[in-house]
Design a protein around this ligand. Structure first.
Ligand code: CUA
Length: 321
């Protein structure tokens, strides 16, 4: 039995730790695809070799039977692989769908990538480089952006990998089920120190996580992004056109904005308001005009606002439930 399991381990390329809820599903899917591929390879190549020997030409004047085609055989070799592919697609889609849709109660952490480090900011403003601390058993949604080039956030033990870009937010989420420290890699070549762009996910108990958040150290500004955003809401003049109580001013209210379905002028398809939608509406304010509101009322803030300020405003708008 021992030699069997060591043989298995030699062929198991997945990381040993299954530290998130869907790690088993990802591993099973991987094993299924790998085994299906091995089975098909052995069956096809084996049959091919057998036929090559069995039906080889035995003499110079041997007559070869003339075969046109065989409908039944062709149907079988089309239908069976199609069914296998549909099954693989189904299992893949179920897991993919799960990875795209975080639960509503997910904890949100902002991730910023740059050459060559990761920075993590929690909802109260607690910020740490390279080390992402999360509580056990709590779904965590990561809102990611890059300050420069394309990076990719990869935590093998959690089975998550997602590109990180400079012109939009990308998202991923996981539910950690194992205490401990797990590697973070950058898995998109991003320059000289790409290979050193490392970090760790530290899964702790919820008590330890609460303590971690409280310990802000010697930072100059202990406000949360939402509090900073509240100040920007007035300083940048958003308050002149966007109410917080749902009432209609020049522009749409910020109340219950995030997560709501927006409909637009100019026949653009409706969209659920997420971080990217708000970011776009600030930077390129004329891109999508909400139905019944005037075009051209809002200036574009491209070049007039920093990414950190946008993030603070998004946090503030999110807090207006
Ligand atoms: Cu960042 Cu490679």
């Amino acid at each position: 039995m021992d030699s069997l399991s060591s043989l298995w381990n030699a062929f198991n390329f997945m990381p040993e730790d299954q530290a998130s809820t869907w790690a088993p599903a990802v591993d099973n899917l991987n094993a299924l695809i790998t085994n299906a591929a091995i089975f098909c390879t052995v069956a096809i190549v084996g049959t091919m070799l057998y036929f090559a020997v069995r039906y080889r030409r035995r003499s110079e004047d041997q007559e070869i039977a003339y075969i046109e085609h065989n409908t039944r055989l062709e149907t079988v070799w089309t239908v069976i692989p199609s069914i296998i592919c549909i099954f693989l697609f189904y299992f893949g889609f179920v897991t993919y769908h799960e990875t795209r849709n975080p639960p509503a109660n997910a904890l949100e952490v902002n991730v910023t990538a740059r050459k060559w480090a990761w920075t993590f900011q929690h909802s109260n403003g607690k910020t740490e480089e390279s080390n992402l601390v999360v509580p056990l058993g709590q779904p965590v949604r990561l809102i990611m952006r890059s300050k420069d080039v394309l990076h990719s956030f990869f935590v093998p033990a959690m089975r998550i990998k997602e590109d990180v870009m400079s012109n939009m937010y990308t998202f991923t989420w996981f539910n950690p089920v194992k205490l401990g420290t797990f590697h973070i890699f950058c898995t998109e070549y991003c320059g000289k120190d790409h290979s050193a762009m490392l970090g760790s996910v530290k899964v702790v108990t919820s008590e330890e996580y609460a303590d971690y958040l409280q310990d802000r150290g010697a930072v100059a500004d202990t406000r949360s992004p939402a509090e900073i955003g509240k100040e920007l809401y007035t300083n940048k003049g958003c308050n002149a056109c966007h109410s917080l109580d749902g009432s209609r001013l020049v522009g749409p209210s910020f109340k219950s904005l995030v997560g709501s379905v927006r409909t637009f002028e100019n026949g653009l398809p409706p969209q659920t308001a997420d971080e990217n939608y708000i970011r776009e509406s600030i930077l390129i304010s004329q891109a999508k005009i909400v139905k019944t509101y005037p075009a051209g009322a809002m200036p574009a803030f491209e070049g007039l606002i920093t990414d950190d300020e946008i993030e603070a405003l998004i946090a503030f708008i999110k807090s207006q439930k």
